[in-house]
Write a protein that binds this ligand. Structure first.
Ligand code: CMC
Length: 436
């Protein structure tokens, strides 16, 4: 267990809030990395005021021991371990255990967790038949969310968690099945027969096998492909209170089960401002490439057209280089080189990055490449089709969603229920239909 946030540190530090009709003293909380928060939990009951924070950019919604980000310094740590070390030395399954349980696994723990994943890779036959109900062009994200939710019908024993071993079993089921569901969704979308999981393959190799093997021909992923996918999943594994994780916590706060809560997380991730950005980046780079628009002109358009954004740039928390983007840029270079792929999109991406990092518009707004800027290029090199990009993000983020759901469950957290500033009509009275 890490250090917890302290209330009333150093003899009870307080903030004083002056209001038009009085004042209130509010406790200051200090996190284990010295980040500070004003505790307003008694504000409304004592003063009648609420706070307004559109988009929650200044709101700490929970106390968490899972992931630490310093957006000014470009720091990301899972359970205290720097992302750079985990990216270099760890494997995705190990990182999943770390996030969920709080510690790196011992050898026997890792082995039994891996075995649990293997045992839970298959889908219940009834669940598999659900795929037949989707139209051929169904989006894999829609199928993923629906199928994760449907898992709750087939595993009623996991609807109420009792202890840690129960949670580990639920986690293993979800982590393993999300990969199978994702691969089956892809096979369905291309009209090919599904490929069942292989008990002898590692987490990522098994996924690639279910994606790309044929009934008559086994696909064996080259090491470089396996390594790149493992790295991508590891880098996406958690990112504190982002939109989808907050969604998982919010849904879970009502007492909703792990499957329902993470299915909601998939839906939140789908949007182009969040996980859908990896696809949006590649679409943007393709359009630039096909249209031949000079990059300078494109960047000027981004700066002046309020409906246009440079996808893969900017972040609510990072006001410096996203450390994940830094790792992925190097990976993209190395991977394309090792696979002998010439992708003009990588050159365009690098050129854009070079130009905007010297452009006042981006400098003033502290807009740097984020995790999605280079990930789509890497996924394309792995032959992952574009409509699966965000699905891969979801597989990667699953440990973080589970860890946050579990942490909140252990904290017996309150139901999440923000307030609002009502700006609609004052009372008005019903007008019968024939008088309107
Ligand atoms: N291109 C151009 N201008 C931008 C961009 C961008 N990508 N991002 C922010 N800005 C401008 C924005 O127009 C605003 O300018 P002004 O102050 O003149 O109105 C200023 O920067 C602040 O933007 P904001 O929308 O208030 O910032 P935010 O913290 O609410 O949004 C963001 C963060 C990630 C949604 C946003 O930067 C964005 O839309 N980026 C592109 C989409 C993207 O790459 N998303 C992936 C995020 S990282 C992974 C993940 O979360 O899944």
């Amino acid at each position: 267990m890490g250090k917890r946030a302290k209330t009333d540190p150093e003899g009870g530090m307080k903030a004083i809030l002056k209001l038009p009709d009085g004042k209130i003293e509010l406790p200051i909380l200090v996190g284990s990395e010295n980040e500070r928060a004003i505790d307003i939990t008694q504000l409304r009951s004592e003063t009648g005021y609420i706070t307004y924070d559109n988009g929650y950019g200044n709101t700490g919604s929970c106390r968490s021991e899972i992931t630490y980000i310093d957006g000014e310094q470009g720091i990301l740590r899972y359970r205290g371990y720097p992302i750079e070390e985990l990216a270099e030395k760890s494997r995705f399954v190990e990182v999943a255990w770390l996030l969920i349980s709080g510690e790196l696994p011992t050898k026997p723990q890792l082995q039994s967790f891996s075995e649990l994943l293997t045992r839970n890779a298959a889908l219940h036959e009834g669940l598999r038949h659900h795929f037949e109900g989707f139209p051929p062009d169904a989006h894999p994200m829609a199928m993923l969310s629906a199928m994760i939710n449907a898992c709750s019908c087939y595993h009623p024993e996991l609807l109420e968690m009792e202890d840690e071993s129960h949670v580990l079993e639920g986690s293993a089921k979800l982590l393993s099945k999300v990969r199978t569901i994702a691969a089956f969704s892809y096979r369905k979308s291309i009209g090919r027969p599904i490929i069942h999981p292989h008990p002898k393959l590692s987490y990522t190799r098994n996924f690639l096998h279910m994606m790309f093997s044929q009934p008559f021909e086994l696909y064996e992923a080259p090491d470089v492909v396996d390594r790149a996918l493992t790295l991508l999943l590891t880098l996406h594994a958690d990112h504190e209170q982002n939109c989808s994780t907050s969604t998982v916590r919010m849904v879970g706060s009502s007492g909703a089960n792990l499957f329902a809560s993470t299915a909601a997380g998939v839906c939140a991730l789908w949007g182009p401002l969040h996980g859908g950005a990896n696809l949006a980046v590649v679409n943007m780079l393709r359009k630039i490439n096909e249209s031949g628009i000079p990059l300078k002109e494109f960047i000027e358009k981004v700066k002046t057209d309020p409906n246009l954004r440079l996808m893969g740039f900017g972040h609510r928390v990072y006001k410096n280089y996203d450390p994940r983007a830094q790792i992925l840029k190097k990976t993209a270079d190395r991977l394309l080189n090792e696979l002998g792929i010439q992708n003009p999109l990588l050159n365009i991406a690098k050129e854009i990055e070079g130009m905007v990092l010297e452009d006042d518009y981006f400098i003033e707004r502290k807009l740097f490449p984020n995790v999605d800027f280079y990930s789509g290029i890497i996924l394309s090199a792995l032959n992952i089709p574009a409509n699966m990009f965000t699905v891969i993000f979801a597989i990667g983020r699953m440990p973080g969603w589970i860890a946050n759901w579990y942490e909140q469950f252990c904290q017996k957290a309150k139901i999440v229920r923000p307030r609002q500033i009502y700006t609609g009509y004052a009372t008005r009275h019903y007008i019968p239909l024939d008088q309107r």
